[in-house]
Design a protein around this ligand. Structure first.
Ligand code: M6R
Length: 615
């Protein structure tokens, strides 16, 4: 999930490349680099480890500006080879070809061995360098750069989005994609390539989305696209509705903190125009939604990470309330296990970014396995790959989520899934008008309830101070709260680097209870629901083994506080739909403040990227 940007213009390309890299940093920030063809048709390259700001510093320290009209740039999330300058892209072959790459070349060892035998020297440990050498090799027998790339990619197994420049063809960039996103930006003073339109929005709003196997020859005043079979094709340009505005932190210290506090507004935006008189407008899922929802007999949700946790909550809701069978699966498993997909299944791809490679691939495979399948994507990214692949699209309207740890995307996904629950249940006759009205009025109360819950921040800050020295933690919940416990554990792991696991509280006695002692803090979620008494018994089991506990409870849950147990009251009388959303908030705040105490990079935690576009 690296980020690529490049362009051919009539002015110096370097500022555009740097701006693009900054906007693409959410795709990875292990290292970054750029290369430009100078006036003398020679390569001028700069690479740095870490964030794009390091590359900018590196460029300032040079005594000569990098200047030229053609260039490509890359921000890396390391797959093959540690994050280092020599593994940073762009890579060069024989001072003739330079390549940036997003994806994974699975047969790179085989290609590398053969290229070494042919006299190529490898300067990095990456899988990408073989692409540069393959193109250089093909240039010996081809009459154009595009032909060399067409031939070279035939030997590649795996996934790629690539940008290629050559000192022998100083008027063009070649872009090719298979399995990794890549688009062409059409501008007034030039043409561009990028992994995501965000990189180019301040330069152009006109984009051509390359299709699988496409190769594009991008010149100052002309773009030619060849399909999988080498035939010239016409791919129409589309006007983007996205705005270039750079997201900023406002009065907050971190994007994550800002995004936690934006949740009331984000939920209002998710609900806007989707409900009328306490009833869900089912056509907000798409024109064909009514017909599709009436016809389905089961639901398959596929997602990764936080989105998967949202899917788990929806499974409880769909089966318990809408009475429709619902399965949830992690996309990276689903895509490889040849699932049996019954007719009349609604496949739901849940993804904040709409670009997660495993989720996209799972959808493609499901469509292949059952061509009657109907699909819905719930995403925060209106022009993402997932929206282009799905029959129905529902946008979460959370606004840009910049922090790597997902917060408002999760709660707006839950709200979207609750709206879907009503739409499906209503059309299938399993949810009455009254039930729907109760659910919708509960959803409308969420912004106020979240604001109340956010007032607990001070208390949670104190807890975080004590918590920071722990090396592990257990999160417990029952029913939908197990999924919320999973989300709490994921948040803590990813931004504070504290090992955390979540268990359904009733499962503890089947093994994990052996971990409990005074060094294993337990965080439990205790809403006042039909499982409360069972949860209270589980808490006693934990307490009697000496654990330090934090219990987040509904005011009416009345969990009895004991020694070494902190009980924090959230709010009262939450419903089945609102409770999981509200109990998420203190867990987000807890991991945020523990991370602050530990001094980690909250918005860009180590080894992660916001959008995971490689498998
Ligand atoms: O964009 P997606 O929702 O498809 O992303 C899925 C996961 O990569 C994502 O939720 C990840 O787990 C977050 N960093 C969690 O905070």
């Amino acid at each position: 999930m690296c980020g690529i940007v490049g362009g051919v213009t009539d002015k110096n390309i370097t500022p555009l490349l740097l701006e693009g890299l900054n906007r693409l940093e959410y795709r990875g920030y292990d290292s970054s680099g750029l290369i430009v063809l100078s006036q003398k048709n020679s390569f001028d390259r700069a690479r740095s480890v870490g964030k794009v700001s390091n590359l900018e510093k590196n460029l300032k320290l040079r005594n000569k500006e990098i200047n030229g009209n053609i260039g490509i740039a890359h921000t890396r999330w390391a797959t093959h080879g540690e994050p280092s300058s020599r593994n940073a892209h762009p890579h060069i072959s024989k001072n003739t070809v330079s390549v940036v790459h997003n994806g994974i070349i699975e047969n790179y060892i085989e290609l590398k061995n053969s290229q070494i035998r042919q006299g190529y020297e490898f300067k990095s440990e990456t899988d990408t360098e073989v692409i540069a050498h393959s193109i250089d090799l093909e240039m010996n027998s081809c009459t154009s750069l595009v032909e060399s790339v067409q031939k070279a990619v035939k030997s590649l197994q795996g996934s790629y989005g690539i940008g290629v420049i050559s000192s022998k063809y100083p008027d063009q960039i070649i872009a090719a994609r298979k399995g990794s996103p890549l688009l062409i930006g059409i501008g007034e003073n030039g043409n561009y390539i990028a992994s995501d339109q965000m990189a180019l929005l301040s330069t152009t709003k006109k984009f051509i989305y390359l299709e699988e196997g496409d190769i594009a020859e991008v010149k100052l005043d002309k773009v030619t696209i060849y399909d999988l079979n080498g035939k010239i094709v016409n791919r129409p340009a589309q006007e983007s509705k996205l705005k270039a505005g750079q997201a900023n932190k406002g009065n907050f210290d971190h994007f994550m903190q800002k995004e936690i506090f934006e949740q009331p507004q984000a939920i209002r935006d998710t609900l806007e125009s989707r409900i009328t008189n306490n009833s869900v407008i089912s056509s907000s899922f798409g024109h064909q939604a009514d017909e599709i929802f009436r016809s389905i007999t089961q639901i398959q949700i596929v997602a990764c990470g936080t989105s998967y946790n949202a899917g788990l909550v929806a499974k409880y809701w769909m089966e318990d309330i809408a009475k429709i069978p619902c399965n949830v699966e992690i996309a990276s498993e689903y895509r490889y296990r040849r699932p049996i997909i019954l007719d009349q299944t609604l496949f739901i791809a849940l993804s904040q970014s709409g670009e997660t490679a495993d989720t996209l691939e799972a959808l493609k495979i499901a469509k292949k396995l059952n061509n009657t399948l109907k699909s819905l994507c719930i995403t925060n990214s209106p022009e993402s790959s997932l929206t282009r692949l799905s029959d129905l699209t529902f946008l979460t309207h959370a606004g840009p989520e910049i922090g790597v740890a997902s917060t408002k995307a999760f709660t707006t996904q839950l709200v979207s899934l609750a709206l879907l629950l009503c739409a499906i249940g209503k059309l299938k006759g399993s949810i009455s008008k009254m039930q729907e009205s109760e659910i919708v009025s509960g959803l409308k109360k969420l912004p106020g309830l979240i604001n109340e819950t956010l007032l607990q921040e001070k208390q949670i800050m104190h807890l975080a101070k004590r918590f920071k020295n722990n090396s592990s933690a257990l999160f417990l919940g029952r029913g939908t709260m197990h999924a919320i416990a999973m989300e709490g554990a994921l948040k803590l792991k990813e931004i504070s680097y504290i090992h955390a696991e979540a268990y359904p509280a009733g499962e503890l006695k089947h093994g994990p209870i052996a971990l409990i002692d005074k060094n294993m803090p337990v965080i439990a979620i205790a809403p006042n629901d039909e499982l409360l008494e069972k949860l209270k018994s589980n808490l006693q089991e934990v307490k009697s083994r000496g654990s330090q506990m934090i219990v987040f409870e509904d005011e009416s849950s009345k969990v009895q506080s004991m020694d070494a147990m902190e009980v924090i009251q959230i709010t009262s009388n939450l419903g089945r739909i609102t409770a999981p959303i509200i109990f998420t908030i203190p867990l987000q705040l807890l991991s945020y403040h523990v991370a602050l105490e530990k001094g980690t990079d909250v918005d860009k935690p180590r080894n992660l990227a916001k959008s995971v576009t490689v498998e």
